[in-house]
Write a protein that binds this ligand. Structure first.
Ligand SMILES: Cc1cc2nc3c(=O)[nH]c(=O)nc-3n(C[C@H](O)[C@H](O)[C@H](O)COP(=O)(O)OP(=O)(O)OC[C@H]3O[C@@H](n4cnc5c(N)ncnc54)[C@H](O)[C@@H]3O)c2cc1C
Length: 431
């Protein structure tokens, strides 16, 4: 690949973070660990409801975490096809997963409007399509199942990308946005009036009970409720670690030549294995597209350059690429059954987890924030049972867990926050 800059996502290169604080004392209220889309949305919703929140972020705000290394499609097209979801669960559960995703897209739009920031949110159509005759039937049954689940899906023979497809499924009212402008906008609302966002404040250990304690090098936050919004299962219950597989995904931002001078709008996902995903960058960058894919299980591919090369080849075969502007990659976590783990931590009343989002964690992250804030505020939420982290019996022993997560967790075991989770493995409440 002719790309020589260090890998960096296009998002962090295009916006400056707001000023936030570093923790240096004792505080109290809802403690939220992690300032990605999950933590920041939960913080905003809880503060909006009148609670005081303290968000603790390990790194410099907006410079780390998967939310700044995403591709920012907002969609109800889940990683598992709709027929698979219905087969694995039932129609009602699949419907709840789709509904949670659609409601989350609305929430991303609503929060920006209500709190008055620009996150480049745009409604666009989404297209799942195939270039292979063998997968036409798959697309057709996906469309039929999508309609059953209440989506306004239709079959198409063409997509706006300009190349020939065999069959496609169009989903209206999907969306794209700028993920960092979104969480920076949320941060401006959250930080102040007795609520805080502390960055460079890694939570080293935690004690849970009526008053929970989150310990950092700079001080302790005590809180009635704790939300573990760390995306990674590290620091989250070990029982959940056994039920998740980490994957890596790769993105390129390419500048290309288009017939009409502008990249077509829309979100696009093919049916290749691993699948490729494409979107236009934003309203003011008409000839830049983000092309992603080449997913692999974390630790199974040592030569990541090969994965970027694979993406570049895919892009050059389909677009008249002028330059490759940015390249980046990060992890996502797939749950054992394909639905995320969101809700009360197993055996806990006031500690909440949100993880296992697979490749649609911007919508599931937003939905997590909505579900968990409802639980904290004592409101009922229809998604609670479907996403309950305690729903699956342990799949595996500790040995299997290490096989599953493999090299992904090597080097992390020195973290005391992780060791807490490791200890939980010995007294797995579900086991
Ligand atoms: C390449 C790629 C493309 C993707 N594309 C899409 C997409 O198009 N659409 C979609 O919906 N999803 C997509 N995803 C998934 C999505 O980006 C993530 O699921 C989502 O960003 C997760 O958000 P989060 O807030 O849960 O986690 P994060 O954004 O990772 O935030 C977690 C934060 O917790 C902090 N943290 C961890 N441990 C501690 C600690 N001990 N103390 C304090 N802080 C801590 C971390 O520093 C981090 O900032 C993609 C993922 C990848 C890798």
């Amino acid at each position: 690949m002719a790309f020589s800059k260090p890998t960096q996502s296009i998002w962090s290169a295009s916006v400056k973070p707001p000023r936030v604080a570093q923790l240096n004392g004792d505080l109290s209220d809802v403690g939220i660990v992690g300032a990605g889309i999950t933590g920041m949305t939960a913080a905003a919703l809880l503060k909006r409801a009148g609670l005081k929140v303290a968000v603790l972020e390990r790194e410099e705000f907006g410079q780390h975490g998967t939310t700044h290394r995403t591709s920012a499609h907002l969609t109800c097209a889940l990683d598992q096809s709709y027929p698979t979801l219905i087969r694995k669960f039932d129609e009602q559960t699949a419907q709840l997963a789709v509904e949670a995703s659609a409601t989350a897209i609305d929430m991303v739009e609503l929060l920006a409007g209500e709190l008055g920031f620009d996150n480049e949110f745009r409604r666009v159509d989404g297209y799942r399509y195939t270039e292979s005759t063998d997968q036409v039937e798959e697309i057709e049954s996906d469309c039929e199942a999508a309609r059953k689940l209440g989506l306004d899906a239709e079959l198409v023979d063409e997509i706006p990308l300009g190349w020939t497809i065999k069959r496609g499924l169009r989903l209206p009212r999907q969306a794209q946005f700028h993920p960092l402008k979104h969480i920076f906008g949320l941060a401006k609302f959250v930080h102040g009036d007795g609520s805080f966002l502390y960055h460079k404040s890694p939570v080293r250990s935690a004690e849970y009970g009526e008053r929970c304690r989150l310990e950092t090098d700079r001080g302790v936050v005590t809180a009635r409720h704790v939300i573990l919004a760390t995306h990674s299962p590290m620091g989250v219950w070990a029982t959940l670690q056994t039920r998740m597989v980490p994957h890596h995904s790769y993105c390129l931002a390419i500048r290309a030549k288009f017939d009409r001078g502008e990249a077509p709008a829309g979100l696009f996902w093919d049916t290749a294995d691993p699948y490729n995903y494409i979107r236009r960058l934003g309203p003011d960058d008409g000839d830049v597209m983000i092309v992603g894919g080449a997913d692999s299980k974390t630790g199974h591919e040592r030569d990541t350059r090969k994965r970027f090369d694979q993406m570049e080849q895919f892009a050059r075969e389909r677009f008249e690429v002028k330059s490759i502007e940015y390249a980046w990659s990060d992890q996502f976590f797939e749950s054992a059954d394909g639905l995320p783990y969101i809700g009360r931590g197993p055996g806990e009343e006031n500690v909440y987890v949100a993880t296992g989002y697979s490749g649609t964690g911007l919508t599931y992250g937003t939905a997590s924030a909505m579900l968990i804030s409802d639980l904290i505020l004592g409101r009922s939420n229809a998604w609670e049972k479907a996403f309950d982290p305690g729903r699956v019996k342990p799949l595996a022993s500790a040995k299997r867990m290490l096989e599953n997560v493999g090299t992904a967790l090597q080097g992390l075991v020195s973290d005391r926050f992780f060791r807490l989770a490791e200890r939980d493995l010995l007294c797995d409440p579900a086991g």
